[in-house]
Design a protein around this ligand. Structure first.
Ligand code: APR
Length: 185
């Protein structure tokens, strides 16, 4: 069982695990635009994190995003009872439903989440494989986009010390590792 692989001078950790169990400054939620919960990652985070997360999401809906969080954007809340300190909620693209802007929107999810973490002076963050579940993004394509976005961000950042990419199964992690482009110029 391969437990983890590191890239980019060990700043990136690719591992199998449960996003809700990650002990980092912020975990990223693969949310939907309503910010009111769902299944998969979203369900696990709200289930383990408890009602305070939803309360803060509701506040965001009343204030900054009355029409919902658009795909590619990110917001931050408490992590409630989770071992992490914050949850960064981002909405991935539904594959094939954005007139060809899927890749750009998926890249934006990673960039906006990383940017939000650094503006809050956070030094560690954990991502699930955004959009590759209910939103049906092909894993190989998503791997190239996610790894390129993380690499490009880290090239110009010194705040983040650890970026984890967490996969729910070993086969998902292997698929990512096969298609990642951390070293590609
Ligand atoms: N930890 C880590 N990864 C997980 C977990 C978990 N607890 N649960 C699921 N995953 C993996 C899935 O296997 C998939 O590879 O996370 C990836 C993203 O899957 P989804 O959670 O379905 O997210 P997404 O594809 O972005 O769809 C978002 O689903 O849950 C709803 O409310 C959410 O409507 C939104 C949609």
């Amino acid at each position: 069982m391969v437990f983890e692989t590191r890239f980019l001078n060990d700043r990136v950790v690719v591992a199998v695990g449960d996003i809700a169990r990650q002990q980092v400054d912020a975990i990223v939620n693969a949310a939907n635009s309503s910010l009111l919960g769902g299944g998969g990652v979203d369900g696990a985070i709200h289930r383990v994190g408890g009602p305070r997360i939803l309360e803060e999401c509701r506040e965001i809906r009343r204030g900054q995003y009355p029409k919902g969080l658009p795909p590619g954007k990110a917001v931050i809340t408490t992590a409630g009872n989770l071992p992490a300190r914050h949850v960064i909620h981002t909405v991935g693209p539904v594959y094939g439903e954005h007139n060809g802007a899927d890749a750009e929107l998926l890249a934006a999810c990673y960039e906006q989440s990383l940017k939000l973490a650094t503006t809050h002076s956070l030094t560690s963050i954990a991502f699930p494989a955004i959009s590759t579940g209910a939103y049906r993004y092909p894993r190989a394509e998503a791997a190239a986009i996610a790894s390129q976005s993380v690499r490009q961000f880290l090239e110009n950042d010194e705040t983040l010390r650890e970026v984890r990419l967490i996969f729910f199964s070993e086969s998902d992690m292997k698929m990512f590792t096969k298609h990642q482009e951390f070293l590609k110029r």
